[in-house]
Design a protein around this ligand. Structure first.
Ligand code: ANZ
Ligand code: ZN
Length: 812
């Protein structure tokens, strides 16, 4: 058969679509699997990263269908965001039109790869229907007190004229346009993710072994739970009404090593000092300069500080401790002030050296008492009065107890996690459904008026917020008092949309306009059994999705606490060692591959080139090789002339080559069963290699029944990887197109011969292949003959046969 990919692939894609082959079944008594790949941003064209992502999830989904599962494998579009607006500015297109036409184009590209997505569950997050329910969820969260408005300094991209989340600032620059980010004070809406910090941390335990360790660690660090002691230092002299200030430490065991205290430039005590006249003009200017630098910039600067010229009293030793302002103390962590222990903290050490402050050791490493300072680990206490000789952990407890007993301080838990700032001053996003009324304050739009839709007639020129500039859109009436009011003109961070789309997918078409998430369907489909996507989402998207799931659970929308029971993070696609990207000019366009070789070749190459978690280096000749493999499969299968799928084969009469061919086929089948298991990492590359070996072995024998059996099994195994050609060949040669579970014939896997090493006085001389049933006498006779030249003229004193391993001759 001539391999003509284009015709075959179009034929089956049409067939799958028309027969609704990949739509999930309504029957909820069937066992289910929910396989999800992260939805794409409709940038214009699919890239190799998308191809890899969907090849992996598609192979998993197809294999599960074959196992009899009811499979949900949806696709959608993460459709709001800045590129649409940037395109609008550049090309004078409307973001909506740009987005939907990109979606159309990319959809065609995806379907031309034969992915078994459910068409009826598709969605775009910019669909009005999606906005409507997202706004309803937002309002319910607002009513529950989970959303608040607060003024604060925020990252501001002067180019995009928008606030950026910390995570969207990369090395001080905007993640999208690379512009230097500045600090700007303004009102923002925040979602209280910190209310769930403890649960978000705790539940990571249930994902152990199911999510990559690396991702679990990144989430833990991001949440950043610290336990320690919070207490006050009394000032030596009252300073403009202030008598004390609070510090937070995770190392109360080092308290006798404090040599100074450091305050954030925004600390209230520092502000008071700036008002008074205790500081020199020079010092004041220095501090104001610090205040005007973003927290982010400060973290990259060299440590520096200004002495305040005032002192605090050490709560245990009574010593006088100098106070400093330091650029490394953050106002929004702990209490914005620290007790500094240079001997046991890197940062404090550098600072103390720079400003010649005392360094006092209070912890020793018992194994290495002369270790250089700073020594930052636990150890034994010295120079610490009654705590001398205690272990760090013991001392921490004792010191905390002392503070609590004396009412001087208390044990506290702090998190690094900050509330999620969700408002953006952009046009192309979900409008925040809030209204500002002079009389009633800020209140949500009434639910029956949802969705609050974006106006279409906007000027998008890259300056300011188009919704704010629109002449009429923001004018509305207050839902409570009916007076004139103003709409909120901020839109939501697009991470909000991607935090619940997987729940929305479970709702079938006919219920979509009635509710955000259908309870019965949610109950059946959730959680996601395998989530496939890029490691770049290891923190934000996955954390926000986990958070939303918990919030929606508490609002009664879902019955689960963790949305993704397994996570598979795919590696990057690289060329010449670098990630494929437009800026590097090393992009391979999937469309070209499809045009030249067909979808199956692209799929086979992607899954054969590397296991999913690894980096995948582009390789033109391997692509050619994949194409040749499919052609070879088509050519070799012509040996099959029967419609027998699994003929009864009398194995007692088979030749060696025939047995070997069956063995290779069943080895591939066994490998297939092992490959599609999360814990084994879906190593499709070794599965494909096993199929190649099986085809070679099948070609080296001429038993037609074995060909039938072999190719029937191989088509079954390969269908998840190269579906079009497998459906075509299955139809041509086996008269049917459904794929099924085939039991492994363990008899066929048995070895019928073994290779034995022949050693003389323990030294390897040769080897010998014998049938498994060969007797010991026969083996020895054959072995003696094989190594006769080494035995000549020697006296054989002993002959040893270690079954299935070796024959040893002892000679003198
Ligand atoms: C004394 C000390 C001695 C500290 C020592 C550490 C080591 P994590 O673990 O990240 O929570 N700290 C407290 N508040 C701070 C702030 N607002 N800005 C900058 N640093 C702050 O870090 C807690 C430690 O970070 C605290 O423990 C405090 O320094 C510092 F050998 O107290 B430590
Ligand atoms: Zn009102």
């Amino acid at each position: 058969m001539e391999y003509y990919a284009k015709g075959i692939e179009k034929k089956w894609q049409d067939f799958w679509e028309n027969s609704g082959e990949y739509e999930p079944k309504e029957d909820k008594s069937l066992p289910k699997k929910y396989i999800l790949s992260m939805f794409p941003y409709p940038s214009g064209n699919i890239h190799m990263g998308h191809v890899r992502n969907y090849c992996i999830s598609d192979a998993i989904a197809r294999n599960l269908r074959k196992q009899g599962y009811n499979v949900l494998h949806p696709i959608g579009w993460d459709a709001f965001g800045m590129p649409a607006e940037n395109a609008a500015i550049k090309n004078k297109t409307h973001p909506k039109q740009w987005t939907y036409s990109n979606i159309e184009h990319m959809k065609k590209q995806l379907y031309s790869l034969g992915f078994s997505f459910s068409k009826t569950r598709e969605l775009a997050t910019c669909d009005l229907e999606y906005s409507k329910w997202e706004q309803l969820l937002f309002i319910e969260m607002w009513e529950k007190g989970l959303i608040y408005r607060k003024k604060g300094y925020l990252n501001w991209c002067p180019n995009d004229q928008t606030v950026l989340a910390n995570e969207q600032v990369i090395e001080g620059k905007c993640w999208r346009c690379d512009t230097q980010v500045i600090q700007k004070e303004m009102y923002q809406y925040y979602i209280k993710i910190t209310d769930y910090a403890e649960e978000l941390l705790q539940d990571l335990e249930s994902l152990e072994g199911k999510w990559p360790n690396q991702v679990l660690t990144m989430q833990r660090n991001w949440i950043g739970k610290s336990q320690g002691l919070s207490f006050c230092f009394q000032l030596e002299q009252e300073c403009q009404g202030i008598k004390e200030f609070e510090v937070f430490t995770t190392r109360p065991d080092t308290i006798f090593g404090v040599s100074y205290c450091a305050l954030a430039p925004e600390h209230s005590l520092v502000k008071k000092m700036l008002e008074g006249n205790g500081l020199s003009q020079e010092a004041k200017e220095e501090i104001i300069k610090m205040q005007n630098t973003s927290a982010r910039e400060r973290s990259q600067q060299e440590k520096c500080g200004v002495p305040l010229g005032i002192f605090a009293i050490h709560p245990l030793s009574g010593e006088k401790i100098p106070l400093w302002v330091a650029n490394f103390v953050l106002m929004d962590y702990g209490s914005g002030a620290v007790m500094s222990v240079p001997a046991h903290d890197e940062r404090d050490f550098d600072f103390a050296q720079k400003y010649h402050l005392p360094i006092k050791q209070v912890i020793v490493d018992k194994k290495d008492p002369n270790a250089p300072l700073p020594y930052c680990e636990s150890g034994e206490l010295i120079n610490s009065k009654e705590y001398n000789g205690m272990e760090s952990n013991e001392a921490k407890k004792a010191i905390i107890k002392h503070f609590e007993d004396q009412n001087l301080g208390k044990a506290v838990v702090n998190f690094k996690l900050r509330d999620w700032g969700v408002s953006r001053q952009r046009y192309w996003g979900t409008p925040i459904p809030l209204i500002h009324c002079e009389k009633c304050g800020i209140l949500p739009e009434s639910k029956e008026n949802l969705p609050v839709a974006l106006p279409e007639d906007v000027v998008i020129d890259g300056e300011g917020n188009p919704l704010d500039k629109h002449s009429t859109w923001k004018h509305c009436v207050c839902p409570k008092c009916g007076q004139k009011a103003l709409r909120e003109t901020d839109t939501l961070d697009t991470f909000v949309e991607s935090s619940w789309y997987f729940l929305r997918y479970t709702t079938p078409q006919q219920l979509r306009d009635k509710m955000p998430i259908s309870p019965e369907d949610e109950k059946y489909w959730m959680s996601v059994d395998e989530y496939v996507g890029g490691i770049e989402h290891a923190i934000l998207h996955l954390l926000y999705s986990r958070f939303f799931t918990k919030v929606l659970r508490d609002l009664g929308y879902t019955h689960i606490s963790e949305p993704f029971s397994h996570l598979l993070t795919q590696g990057m696609v690289t060329k010449e060692g670098a990630k494929m990207s437009k800026s590097k000019g090393n992009v391979v366009d999937p469309q070209e591959i499809i045009n030249t070789y067909g979808a199956d070749t692209a799929r086979l190459f992607i899954l054969f080139a590397a296991p999913p978690v690894r980096e995948l280096e582009w390789n033109d000749s391997a692509l050619e090789g994949s194409f040749r493999f499919i052609k070879r499969l088509c050519a070799k299968i012509e040996n099959v002339d029967s419609i027998q799928m699994l003929p009864k084969i009398d194995t007692s009469k088979l030749s060696k080559a025939e047995k070997y061919a069956r063995k290779k086929v069943y080895e591939a089948l066994k490998k297939s069963n092992e490959t599609f298991v999360h814990e084994n990492g879906y190593a499709f590359n070794t599965l494909i290699a096993a199929c190649m070996e099986a085809i070679n072995a099948l070609s080296e024998q001429e038993n037609r029944e074995i060909w039938s059996e072999g190719y029937f099994i191989l088509l079954n195994i390969l269908e998840p990887i190269i579906p079009h050609i497998c459906w075509e060949l299955s139809q041509q040669y086996f008269g049917l197109k459904n794929f099924q579970v085939i039991a492994v014939d363990n008899e066929a896997l048995k070895e019928d011969s073994v290779t034995l090493a022949i050693t003389i006085n323990g030294k390897r001389r040769d080897e010998l292949e014998v049938d498994l049933e060969t007797s010991k006498e026969e083996i020895l006779a054959l072995a003696r003959e094989k190594v006769s030249k080494w035995l000549e003229g020697k006296t054989l004193t002993k002959e040893i046969v270690v079954p299935n391993k070796l024959v040893n001759f002892v000679v003198q």
